[in-house]
Each structure stands twice: as structure tokens, then as C-alpha cells.
Design a protein. Structure first.
Length: 224
């Protein structure tokens, strides 16, 4: 009574095995490159594993869609229901997601040579940029957070210390904390040669009445 039509005849079991195996290998290559070139402290094993699964999943989707426009629109409608709540902390993380998606799409549409060449070349470029530290900024900057009482002329005293210990500084933000009991000032600074962060902390502590002083060094390589 029911006519069940098997559409798997458009590709063979060998095609499925080749697509899944190749997408797994290439996605794993991208995942290892991400792990090797990761600098920040917020490394996520689940994210790296998701890269591998995503590459294989995109290959599967491309196999299902094939050249059928109706299936493509049906899948777009189905996937649009999915909502992702996790925030991507780094721009490079988005780049790796697009890379495994591109590899998965090329593999799923059986452009095997394109998938292999693209994955290998882009991975090599990523490793080279990491190894030789391309486009790195030579300017070492720090973030200084100082807490002071709301009354009193502490801003001028802080600026006097910053002038003595830094070659340049800029006020980033000023915020009232602890119900107005303290004011937190945040500066972006560049220490002078021969000056250490500990010296800056000590000098600021003497001018702020012993309130908390924080110097963040290397904040551009750390997730704040």
C-alpha cells in the first residue's frame, strides 16, 4: 500500500565511505592545526571535536542535497530552526569553522582533489603564520586598573605616576564600584624601557591610599 522509494541509488556505499573517511581525515587535520596554533588560555576540547564532527556533518548534508534544489531549500528551512547560544571568543575560531565547512562541502560534492589541496594549503599557511609570528605588533602595552576613593584629587596623582613610568597612556574607562564607595580607573599604558610592572604597582599604591592596583601584561594574548 505504501510505496517506499530508496534514493540512495544516486551514490554508492563506496562513495559514502570515501566521503566520510576523507572529511574525517581533513577535518582532523584542521583540528590539529587549530590545537597546535592556539595561543590563548581558553582552549576548548569540545570545540575542537566539534570541528571534526561539523566537517563530516556538512559532507553528509551535501550528499543528501546533491543537485536537488527542493532538498536544499528543505534543509535550509530545517537548519534555520536551530539556535546557537555559545559566543565565539576569537575571530580565528570562526575562520576554522568556515574552513571545515568548506572542506566538508567540497568533500560532500565529491571534489576530492579540491578538498585535499585546500585543507593542506590553508593549514600550512596557518602553521607558517603561527611559526614566524606574522603581523605581530611590536608595541607591548598593558592595562592598568586602579581603585581610588571617590573624593580627593587622585586622578592627578595617578597621572603623575604614569608619566614617570610610562611612555604613553590613555584613560579607557572610569566606573563607580562597590555602591559608590570606590571609583575604578582603567588605563592603557606602554611602560618605559627598564621599568617593571611591579614598580608601577608600588608607585600607584603609594598614591592611592593602599587601594587595589592591577596591571595586566600580555592582555592581547589572554581572554579577558
Amino acid at each position: 500500500m505504501f510505496d517506499v522509494q530508496d534514493l540512495s541509488g544516486t551514490f554508492s556505499v563506496g562513495d559514502i565511505a570515501a566521503v566520510m573517511a576523507l572529511s574525517f581525515l581533513l577535518s582532523s587535520l584542521v583540528a590539529w592545526v587549530y590545537r597546535f596554533t592556539h595561543r590563548n588560555v581558553s582552549y576548548s576540547q569540545s570545540y575542537v571535536q566539534t570541528l571534526v564532527v561539523l566537517g563530516m556533518l556538512i559532507s553528509l548534508i551535501m550528499l543528501v542535497v546533491g543537485s536537488n534544489i527542493a532538498r536544499a531549500f528543505a534543509l535550509v528551512g530545517a537548519l534555520s530552526v536551530v539556535r546557537f547560544r555559545n559566543a565565539i571568543k576569537e575571530t580565528r575560531d570562526v575562520g576554522f569553522i568556515f574552513l571545515v565547512m568548506g572542506v566538508g562541502m567540497a568533500t560532500g560534492t565529491r571534489f576530492y582533489t579540491l578538498a585535499i589541496v585546500a585543507a593542506v594549503v590553508i593549514s600550512l599557511i596557518t602553521v607558517v603564520m603561527f611559526r614566524f609570528n606574522w603581523f605581530a605588533s611590536n608595541v607591548q602595552r598593558q592595562v592598568v586598573k586602579v581603585q581610588v576613593p571617590p573624593d580627593g584629587n587622585y586622578t592627578e596623582h595617578i597621572q603623575d605616576v604614569l608619566i614617570a613610568h610610562t611612555s604613553e597612556f590613555e584613560l579607557i574607562s572610569m566606573e563607580s564600584i562597590r555602591g559608590g564607595a570606590l571609583t575604578e580607573l582603567m588605563y592603557s599604558v606602554r611602560l618605559k624601557k627598564g621599568h617593571e610592572p611591579g614598580q608601577l604597582i608600588s608607585a600607584l599604591g603609594e598614591r592611592t591610599g593602599g587601594q587595589r592596583v592591577t596591571v595586566l601584561t600580555g592582555y592581547d594574548q589572554t581572554d579577558l
